[in-house]
Write a protein that binds this ligand. Structure first.
Ligand code: FS2
Ligand code: SF4
Length: 518
């Protein structure tokens, strides 16, 4: 096996025997085989119109290959068989030799890998929009274009061109998901979320898929079962059509890398709608349920339902059987706070744009930071907590994705009635952040790069890769990135990114803050 797609890759170089994520060599090789088969599918449909089934297979296959999504060789094999059958309908085509995916000239491998990993990330977003009935022909067709391109020879300039084109397509895809989520559930509103867990049966829902949460809320209503979000599901509390359910009570736990501790002997089931799933320990294995493309051997999987409605009875029965805590649990976030406020998506922030603009003009707000992205297990990630703690009182922190659990229970005060930390949502809500930045640049009649705004990003898996490519394609410069740089950036590719975009690796909060504000 060879895999270097995530931030915890072994030795910062590549996983070759077993993944640091727990993915074994058989699954890893099968995922490469699946990648090669989807390149074959893209070749086969070239010049023809792909079916809806082909489109779904493309999204599902790429999503399946994302870190911490699928650990089940049988499910990957099933997908390979389905892709081959679909490919045959278009007269077939050669698959890419999967053993050559990560080999060749270092810079070409780097550029090819970056495009593939970005496509994997975008597939997750496209899939969430798709289940809500939203597809964009440009996004869908770019999966074929991108996968076909992966199997071809290109110059460095051509690869860079493809990456920038992809970044703009991913912006469209995030916009599509924003439209799907807000269309179905309304625009998020600021919502304080408690970290306390009440007594009685409960279910924890994690991952990014709001439709799975909505169906579970419907199916548990009036049954005496409380629902708690976890990880990337926290922003669900902000959506009017989800927050209206009285039994959507609060948030359990913190970011994904703490799950093996947090789920220990928990008296309730956990539903994984997407990544990040870690190999479950024996003391809670019987309580973990997967759905959609998430899978792990021996765990109960909730299949896609007839006419789009899933049957969550196995999860509900488990919640009733386990019965929950006998008394209220006064849990807190990492810093001891018992409330995590979310819901500051674009509509809310732009709704107070005049207040924000006045505060900037009067000097009450000196700088904006977007401190966002993934969390992970590396000790160096304390940087993000310390960075937020050290930001001056006249600055505002916008945040998104699961990295925020490092500081989203802290109360660092307000400016002009607005909290200094504003949670914009999941990683895909980078779209909201981009809309706000564009609106501010229009209000101040300047370029986004001239705004008093700095992006301080943390990355872990491939959704962060597609978002980074979007930000670069938009010409956003001076992004700070950590905790370490991707192993799939070769020295030459990294040089290009540093020179062209001033991409800066994080150093210390003190030094970086001084450089940004000085
Ligand atoms: Fe966090 Fe994991 Fe959103 Fe990533 S829960 S690192 O999938 O996509 O962030
Ligand atoms: Fe290693 Fe990350 Fe790949 Fe898992 S996903 S095998 S940890 S590089």
């Amino acid at each position: 096996m060879f895999c270097f797609q995530c931030e915890q890759t072994v030795g910062g170089k590549g996983c070759t025997k077993v993944g640091a994520c727990g993915k074994n060599a058989v699954v890893s090789n099968k995922q490469d085989e699946l990648t090669a088969a989807t390149i074959g599918l893209a070749r086969a449909v070239d010049g023809k119109t792909p079916s809806k089934n082909a489109d779904e297979l493309m999204m599902k296959s790429l999503f399946t290959e994302v870190t911490n999504v699928n650990f089940d060789e049988n499910r990957v094999e099933e997908l390979i068989v389905e892709v081959e059958a679909e490919k045959a309908l278009y007269g077939g085509a050669e698959n890419y030799p999967w053993t050559e995916l990560w080999t060749g000239n270092e810079d070409i491998v780097s550029l090819r890998s970056t495009l593939l990993l970005g496509l994997r990330g975008m597939a997750a977003y496209a899939y969430h929009a798709h289940v809500l009935g939203k597809d964009d022909p440009e996004v869908t067709s770019w999966f074929y274009k991108g996968m076909k391109a992966l199997g071809e020879e290109h110059s460095v300039e051509e690869w860079l061109g493809l990456l920038m084109e992809f970044g703009m397509v991913n912006l469209k895809c995030m916009g599509l998901l924003d439209e799907a989520n807000t269309g179905a559930y309304g625009h998020p509103v600021p919502t304080p979320v408690t970290t306390k867990i009440e007594s009685g049966p409960f279910i924890v829902v994690t991952g990014h898929d709001l439709l799975d949460l909505k169906q579970l809320l419907d199916q548990t209503e009036g049954k005496g079962i409380n629902i708690y979000t976890h990880g990337e599901m926290l922003p669900a509390h902000g959506y009017p059509e989800l927050k209206k359910y009285a039994h959507l009570k609060g948030n359990f736990g913190t970011a994904w890398q703490n799950q093996q501790k947090e789920f220990e002997n928990i008296p309730g089931p956990v539903l994984f709608t997407t990544n990040c799933l870690m190999p479950p320990k024996n003391n809670y294995k019987d309580r973990i349920f997967t759905t959609a493309v998430v899978a792990y051997p021996e765990l109960v999987h909730i299949p896609d339902g007839e006419s789009g409605v899933k049957d969550f009875s196995p999860v509900i029965d488990k919640a009733l059987e386990l019965g929950g805590f006998s008394e209220i649990q006064n849990l807190t976030g990492i810093n001891g706070g018992d409330t995590m406020t979310t819901g500051f998506a674009r509509n809310t922030v732009l709704g107070v744009a005049d207040t924000v603009i006045d505060a900037v003009k009067s000097g009450a707000i000196k700088h904006f930071f977007l401190v966002g992205g993934c969390d992970g297990a590396k000790p160096g990630r304390n940087y993000y907590t310390e960075f937020v703690e050290q930001t001056p009182k006249d600055t505002v922190i916008l945040t998104l994705a699961c990295g925020k659990f490092r500081f989203n229970d802290m109360n660092i005060g307000e400016i002009g009635g607005l909290p200094r930390i504003m949670d914009m949502g999941q990683c895909n809500d980078a779209y909201s952040a981009i809309q706000v930045a564009v609106a501010l640049s229009q209000a101040f009649e300047c370029e986004v790069n001239e705004l008093p705004l700095t992006l301080v990003l943390s990355w872990y898996e491939q959704k962060a890769v597609c978002i980074l490519l979007t930000l670069l394609a938009l010409g956003i410069k001076n992004i700070y990135i950590g905790p370490t740089l991707p192993a799939f950036f070769s020295p030459t590719v990294l040089n290009v990114l540093v020179e062209k975009f001033d991409l800066t690796p994080i150093s210390t909060p003190e030094a970086d803050l001084a450089a940004i504000l000085g």
